[in-house]
Design a protein. Structure first.
Length: 179
């Protein structure tokens, strides 16, 4: 039995879980998320806990048992608390600001970059160099953060670029002067 798959998920107050044939829908104060499951994996609600079980013992079903349990847990956490990632911009003249449905980034290129903010994602800026990406879907928050970071990844010599708040950039030593 999967160690992750057999653990129960506790539902916080205000979160409901609706199970139909192969779709699990989680509703909470922040929104609603749906997860499609395999036919051999079932989720059952028992009071305020959810337990995922599998009907078959083949390799594919065993492999996905823990995955679907974690996807349901992430959906429950997302609709109750939400997810967020913080990005830090380093560099002289590098800055970001939110203009309506676009995030405008000045990252040392000749023109500013307008990044369209996807639905169900909110982006806030603190000062000119801190971007906070938040939403209910862990996957969408991570994907949006990765796309913003890819516009100017941090470089190893001066550390300029966009990095995650807890990311450590390994710095390299530049050229040694000729003596």
């Amino acid at each position: 039995m999967s160690r992750i798959g057999k653990m129960p998920i506790t539902l916080p107050k205000g979160v409901t879980l609706d199970i139909k044939k192969d779709i699990v829908t989680v509703k909470g104060p922040k929104g609603e998320l749906s997860i499609k499951t395999l036919p051999n994996i079932e989720a059952a609600v028992d009071g305020d806990t959810v337990v995922c079980t599998r009907n078959e013992e083949n390799k594919k079903t065993r492999a996905f048992h823990g995955l679907f349990r974690k996807l349901i847990e992430n959906a429950v956490k997302g609709v109750s608390d939400g997810f967020s990632k913080t990005l830090i911009i380093n560099g002289v003249g590098y800055r970001a600001e939110v203009n309506g449905e676009f995030l405008t980034l000045n990252l040392g290129y000749s023109n500013p970059i307008d990044y369209y903010i996807p639905e169900n994602i909110s982006i806030q800026t603190e000062g000119n160099n801190k971007i906070i990406v938040s939403g209910i879907s862990k996957e969408l928050v991570g994907q949006t953060s990765a796309e913003i970071r890819s516009l100017r990844p941090p470089e190893p010599y001066k550390g300029k670029g966009i990095r995650y708040e807890n990311e450590m950039i390994t710095r390299k030593v530049g050229k040694a002067g000729v003596a």
